[in-house]
Design a protein around this ligand. Structure first.
Ligand SMILES: *Cc1c(COP(=O)(O)O)cnc(C)c1O
Length: 368
């Protein structure tokens, strides 16, 4: 591979739902530092995770995550292997004592999986399901049936497959646990409402390989369960997420992404950019007289995963194929729902969305 293949000019517009597109400047930095990191004569990936070079990267990533997300001092930030999927079970293991319950919103593919995996370790209650309506919207607070004694309400802030998001966090009078995997650090987090927030990093922040868990420290150890050390948040917190070998590559790259986000203006700015990208795409859909159709409730529309349909499946196949030929890849909807899905995470340039919107107009003209 030549260095030219990393030039922005030869890269595609990548609308992948996860892993995500990353800023080219950061990929170039990683390339440049790969063989000899900061003069240590080897890559960071080959050095000890207890050596000074990695320690500096790890400590900075922790501090920058805290600063960018505005994490209060009484919350621990944990870098954990196993992705967001492991958290579906690890959260109740750590937060629920034997016999305790929590309520869950079943708002789509991920909310459903969080509930079914969590039920393998705890007695969890489904407070609402969108299944009968094809998971096309988020619920309002008065529709929720929260079980008495629930320790927390589990929400999926953005359903990556269905393309819906919680426009605002539900105003319930119990703490929430949030799976924020697909809109992680794309908008400010109201920490007063959450006991715990988690997300796989590969949608918005870094290459795949870990989840970040942010949890109120006073809750560590509260389940009273005798957990294996790798599953116990308290063990990782006491060791600054270095109890065992951490996912060094993910953390290294995430650290660069966090610095880039801080320099570019922080979460308010990234929320604004996301709204701008989403407005452009939904605008193209809504102004097409129903030729392109958004299948989800308008108030619940995701700013990260924009799903839409064309008049028939044959046209959808051709749309994906012709877009790919034109350098716009990974636009096929999830196999479980079909259609088109454009994922436009933090690092997605507005110009890529403009390219897609103009392709949409041309495609319609050619096929209407
Ligand atoms: C992708 C995703 C997950 C699963 O993440 P992994 O890191 O692959 O385990 C969970 N929840 C949501 C909302 C997601 O988008």
């Amino acid at each position: 591979m030549t260095t030219a293949s990393l030039d922005a000019a030869t890269r595609v517009h990548n609308f992948c739902a996860g892993p995500c597109t990353l800023p080219v400047s950061i990929l170039e930095e990683v390339r440049d530092e790969l063989l000899n990191f900061d003069g240590i004569g080897m890559s960071l990936l080959e050095d000890s995770h207890r050596a000074p070079a990695y320690d500096a990267v790890h400590t900075a990533a922790m501090a920058d995550f805290r600063s960018l997300a505005g994490v209060p001092d009484d919350f621990a930030v944990l870098f954990l292997q196993g992705g967001a999927t492991l958290q579906f079970a690890q959260v109740p293991m750590n937060l629920l004592a034997d016999g305790e319950t929590a309520s869950h919103l079943n708002t789509g593919a991920w909310g459903k999986k969080a509930l079914s995996d969590g039920r393998r370790v705890a007695d969890l209650h489904e407070a609402w399901t969108g299944a009968d309506e094809g998971f096309a919207r988020m619920p309002s607070v008065d529709e929720l049936d929260i079980a008495a004694g629930s320790r927390y309400l589990h929400v999926t802030t953005n359903e990556t497959i269905g393309g819906i998001r919680l426009p605002a966090y539900p105003d319930v009078d119990l703490p929430m646990v949030g799976d924020m995997s697909s809109d992680f650090l794309s908008r400010p987090i109201d920490w007063g409402r959450f006991d715990l927030v988690y997300g796989g990093v590969q949608k918005n922040l870094a290459p795949a390989g870990m989840a970040v868990v942010v949890v109120k420290r006073e809750l560590l150890g509260r389940s009273g369960r005798d957990l294996p050390s790798a599953l116990d948040y308290a063990v990782q917190d006491a060791n600054d997420s270095l109890a065992n070998t951490p996912p060094m590559f993910s953390i290294w790259v995430m650290g660069k992404v966090l610095k880039w986000m801080i320099a570019d203006g922080g979460l308010g700015e990234f929320e604004r950019r996301a709204a701008e990208r989403a407005a452009l795409l939904y605008g193209a859909i809504d102004s097409s007289d129903g030729w392109y159709l958004s299948p989800v409730d308008e108030a619940s529309r995701s700013h990260m995963n924009i799903v839409f349909r064309l008049p028939d499946e044959d046209l959808e196949k051709r749309f994906v194929a012709e877009a790919t030929d034109a350098g716009m890849v990974n636009l096929k909807g999830h196999r479980s729902v079909g259609g088109i899905r454009a994922s436009v995470y933090n690092a997605m340039a507005l110009g890529s969305v403009e390219t897609l919107v103009s392709f949409m107009a041309d495609f319609r003209t050619a096929n209407d």
